[in-house]
Design a protein around this ligand. Structure first.
Ligand SMILES: *Cc1c(COP(=O)(O)O)cnc(C)c1O
Length: 403
């Protein structure tokens, strides 16, 4: 992040003590190649024009900044604006990053991309852009997740990708990341690993944040055009942290803008069923980076839980670890119950069915808005659409839609 906040950066890819490149020797060469290529293309006007065109003509940017007047009237406080990343092609913010990385991979002469996926959202976005750009595509997904998200597995296959079911560990997201890293270290000549969040070794956190920063760039322009003001608060959900860093990015150096990340508190942070990394985690090294992780006393990564498959990652990107440490951003836990209530609330008040991940942010807005005045503004990032969650929410309420 080329901002004042990150001049705490001591060396490339460090955010305070966090970040870095903790990778096996076999990957060092390729990660250096990638760093050099990214340093070049991020300042290449032709690359930036191509990416901007794809974002506009393919992904449907700029996404709307919607003044949620009914929610505002109901909560009797701050003006609420929703940033509609749910309206992007493939239904979430993930496409912003995937378009950037696959375009870069193509420039590097790669012909094949691989990616990890948990719920399947990042896998679907990667398979989509691979189809668009004529790249071979393989997705790594935990076995348990392939069963929970069978529809997305078929969707990826429909888009021409091969889906590998990973049977090691708990058969979930962290095991999929391990498998994709292993595959990448075996085959780098023709293959780029499209990491799906602000995680992994440098340059991934920086690169993914740059690609997602389009979110706050648009928020700033759109809100200034409509109100002439900056927001008083920006609220986003945090899994690995990519939609949140994208929504925060251009406000990090605006001290009047409060930045709030919402983590999954699952069944409660005092249970062992949550994914509240910042509230309950500690510093460690995993998946190529130094950051904050949920781990036991021996440094073993602990299982995580959330009703939202997109938030149950046991770590967080290094930029968020640094923003939390310097207290520039605040991180709060939102339980399953609160997120589900917000899912239903948003549907009924605004006619928007948002992803259960995004509804963690909506739940916090419901608490914050009444404490502020009508001349203040909250922007809530709606990271994705909720069609994928309808059956699970019905089940949560005791209704079986499928047998
Ligand atoms: C993947 C996903 C998330 C979580 O990922 P971040 O990197 O934390 O943004 C949040 N919302 C949606 C809709 C997702 O698909």
């Amino acid at each position: 992040m080329p901002t004042k906040q990150t001049r705490i950066t001591q060396q490339a890819g460090r955010y305070g003590e966090f970040g870095g490149q903790y990778i096996p020797e076999t990957l060092m060469h390729e990660v250096k190649n990638l760093t050099t290529a990214y340093e070049h293309y991020k300042n290449d006007p032709e690359f930036q024009t191509e990416l901007r065109t794809l974002l506009q003509k393919y992904a449907n940017r700029p996404s709307l900044l919607y003044h949620a007047k009914k929610m505002t009237a109901d909560l009797k406080g701050a003006q609420i604006y929703l940033k509609r990343e749910d309206l992007n092609q493939t239904g979430s913010h993930k496409i912003n990053n995937v378009l950037g990385q696959i375009l870069l991979a193509k420039k590097m002469g790669k012909t094949r991309v691989i990616a990890e996926t948990g719920a399947g959202q990042h896998g679907v976005a990667t398979a989509t852009v691979a189809a668009l750009m004529g790249m071979e595509c393989e997705i790594f997904m935990g076995e348990l997740d392939t069963k929970r998200q069978a529809l997305n597995v078929y969707r990826m296959e429909l888009l021409g990708a091969k889906v590998n079911s990973i049977k090691t560990g708990t058969g979930t997201l962290k095991d999929a990341v391990n498998a994709a890293m292993r595959e990448w270290s075996r085959r780098t000549e023709d293959t780029h690993y499209v990491i799906g969040s602000v995680m992994g070794p440098h340059p991934f956190p920086e690169m993914v944040a740059d690609f997602q920063s389009v979110i706050s760039q648009e928020i700033k322009q759109q809100l200034l055009a409509e109100t002439g003001k900056l927001p008083d608060a920006v609220v986003a959900c945090v899994g690995g942290g990519s939609n949140a860093i994208g929504a925060f990015y251009h406000f990090i150096d605006e001290p009047t803008v409060k930045l709030i990340g919402c983590e999954a508190a699952g069944k409660g942070i005092n249970t062992n069923q949550h994914a509240a990394t910042i509230e309950r985690g500690s510093t460690g090294v995993f998946h190529g980076m130094k950051s904050i992780f949920l781990q036991d006393d021996d440094g073993q990564i602990t299982p995580v839980y959330s009703i939202s498959a997109g938030l149950d990652y046991p770590g967080i990107g290094p930029q968020h670890a640094a923003l939390a440490e310097t207290k520039r951003a605040e991180y709060v836990g939102i339980t399953d119950d609160e997120a589900v209530a917000a899912f239903e609330y948003l549907a009924r008040t605004e006619g928007i069915v948002a992803a259960i991940e995004s509804c963690h942010a909506v739940a916090y807005v419901r608490k914050l808005a009444p404490k502020l005045n009508p001349d203040q503004i909250i922007v809530c990032n709606l990271s994705g659409r909720g069609d994928k969650d309808v059956a699970a929410i019905a089940r949560y309420r005791g209704k079986e839609i499928y047998d």
